[in-house]
Structure formats: structure tokens, C-alpha cells
Design a protein around this ligand. Structure first.
Ligand SMILES: [Zn+2]
Length: 319
């Protein structure tokens, strides 16, 4: 039996899974990233964590056919490098693939984390029945991944599917990328909290006033009848509807999958998003494209990275 390991590298935690050829999670392992100690330290931790998850799953490292490493940054797939990771201190032109490959003596494939999440949902999650889909990861920021006719859309320099930086409001809110009006500044879980704080500072009345609150608290307050929170949630649904509508008109896909921290808002929020998409998108595009929450949730990046490694092991090609 062949095994694959998926690594989901985050700024805070390193999460791994030992995954079967069908995408089943057989064992898992998590540890702190210790990103402050620099890239070489993190690379050594990633390799060690692969050994650790093999121990947890009672599998020999030699039986791991390939390892997929998903990183929170744009990548150079061919070179196996990370040109720049803004959330990882010191990460500039880091040769992730070769470093881990040499450490472990197993083939390694590098992926972007949101692209990996898309691939996971496509292979064995919410989108397993379709051939073309995209994902939006709604967490601290907004990540994106696109699968077209069964293949990951990478672009000429692996920069495709940076969907969080799709500009939805010309001259809008400033974004960490240097532009204004990016989707990420309106529809991430952090943006919901930030916009609520602004509304309160501007004198808005809400039960969340004077409290420390999360994105889920804003959704819970809205569900409990808090008018200001409800307005914020409605606006968030509209912003997402704008972004998804543009993606439907660009890609004409068979499914849109949403994932990340905002999944806590549940099916009722999704229904609000659908309402805006139905209103704005061409009917021929919207009627064939259900909008769903992911089924793999927080495991999507791990499973997707492992299955991208499986594809490379089987075909010698990128996913
Ligand atoms: Zn941006």
C-alpha cells in the first residue's frame, strides 16, 4: 500500500496528515511552526514532522511515496521555491522542495495552501463530482484556488487564483498587498471583525459594544437580532456575492466552495450569498454552479497537498 504525507504550513502551526491514495486521513500530527527562528529551522521542523506523523501512523518513511508541502505564499512550482512569504519572517527565495527532499530522501511537491485546499475539495471533498471549480478560503485573509477541467490553474508564473486580491471596490480599503479595494479587506473573517469595530467606533449600537469579539460573535449577534451586526453580515454576503459573480463570469465553473473560519456562520449566511449571486450573475452561469461550504474544512490543505503529491507520483506532472 502506498502512502502520502500532506504538510500544511501556517505562520503559527505546522499540521500534517498521513493520507491514503483515496484521500483518507490515516494519522495526523501538529506542532508549533516556530517561524521566528527562521526558514532553515522551519524546514528542518517540517522534515521532522513528516517522520513524526509516520510514527503516529505506524508506517515506514520508506513507504511514503511522496510528500506534498502547502505553504501560505505564492510559489515557484518548477523550482520548488517560495519567492516571498510575507507572513513568515526571513522567507525570501527559499528552496523548500529540495531541502525537505534531501532531508527525507522522499520526493516532495510544493503547493500554495489555498490551491492545495481547492485540490483537496476537488479530489475528495465538496467538489468531488465536478471537473471545474474554485475555492475561497475565508480566514485571516482570503485565499483562492481554481481547478479547470481537472487541473489546477497556475498561470504563467504560478500567480493565478490570488482571489483575495481581486479588486471589488475601486479606490476602496487599503490592502496589505499595496492595492485598494481587494476582496480580502471586505470578506475575510478578520475583515468582518474590523468593519464591526469601525461601525462601533462610529457610534453604532450593538450588544458587542465594549466586548472583545470574533467573526463568529458577529454572526451570532446578527442571528440573535442585533441590527448592526445583521447589517455587517448582509454587507459581507453582498461583497462575497460581487466577487463570486465575477468569478462565475470569468470561469463558468460547476461549483464554488467556501471554507475557512467563516464556515462557523452556517448555511443561512451561504443562502444570503447565493441570493446576491442569483441577482447579479448571468443565469446560464449561476444555475449550473452551486455554492457550498467545504466538506474537508481545516483538513483541506493537508489532504490536497498529499493528493497533489499522489498526482505527481502517478503521472510525473503537477496536479
Ligand atoms: Zn490585496
Amino acid at each position: 500500500m502506498k502512502y502520502y504525507v500532506g504538510i500544511d504550513l501556517g505562520g503559527t502551526n505546522l499540521k500534517l496528515g498521513l493520507v491514503s491514495v483515496e484521500g483518507k486521513m490515516l494519522a495526523r500530527h501538529a506542532s508549533p511552526t516556530e517561524a521566528a527562528r527562521g526558514p532553515q529551522h522551519v524546514l528542518a521542523r517540517m522534515a521532522q514532522a513528516v517522520r513524526d506523523v509516520c510514527v503516529v501512523g505506524h508506517v515506514d518513511l520508506a513507504d511514503v511515496a511522496a510528500v506534498g508541502a502547502a505553504v501560505p505564499a505564492p510559489i515557484n512550482w518548477k523550482a520548488g521555491t517560495v519567492p516571498l512569504a510575507p507572513n513568515l519572517p526571513g522567507w525570501r527565495n527559499i528552496g523548500v522542495r529540495d531541502a525537505i527532499q534531501e532531508d527525507l530522501g522522499r520526493p516532495v511537491v510544493l503547493e500554495n495552501d489555498a490551491n492545495a485546499a481547492a485540490y483537496g475539495e476537488f479530489r475528495c471533498g465538496a467538489a468531488r463530482t465536478v471537473r471545474s471549480m474554485f475555492i475561497l478560503t475565508l480566514g485571516t485573509g482570503v485565499g483562492g484556488g481554481i481547478i479547470i477541467d481537472g487541473h489546477m490553474l497556475r498561470g504563467v508564473t504560478d500567480t493565478a487564483a490570488e482571489l483575495g486580491h481581486m479588486i471589488i471596490q475601486h479606490g476602496g480599503r487599503p490592502c496589505g498587498c499595496g492595492n485598494r479595494g481587494c476582496l480580502e479587506q471586505y470578506a475575510s473573517a478578520s475583515a468582518v471583525v474590523g468593519r464591526m469595530k469601525e461601525a462601533l467606533a462610529a457610534g453604532g449600537a450593538s450588544r458587542l459594544e465594549g466586548r472583545d469579539f470574533s467573526c463568529k460573535d458577529v454572526f451570532d449577534a446578527a442571528a440573535a437580532g442585533d441590527a448592526l451586526a445583521d447589517r455587517l453580515v448582509e454587507e459581507t454576503a453582498e461583497y462575497l456575492g460581487v466577487g463570486i459573480t465575477s468569478l462565475l463570469h470569468t470561469l463558468n465553473p460547476e461549483m464554488a466552495v467556501l471554507t475557512g473560519g467563516m464556515m462557523a456562520s452556517g448555511e443561512s449566511f451561504l443562502e444570503r450569498v447565493r441570493t446576491y449571486v442569483r441577482k447579479m450573475a448571468f443565469e446560464r452561469a449561476s444555475t449550473v454552479c452551486p455554492i457550498r461550504w467545504s466538506t474537508l474544512g481545516g483538513d483541506g490543505g493537508i489532504i490536497g497537498a498529499a493528493l497533489a503529491a499522489e498526482t505527481f507520483d502517478r503521472t510525473g506532472q503537477p496536479a
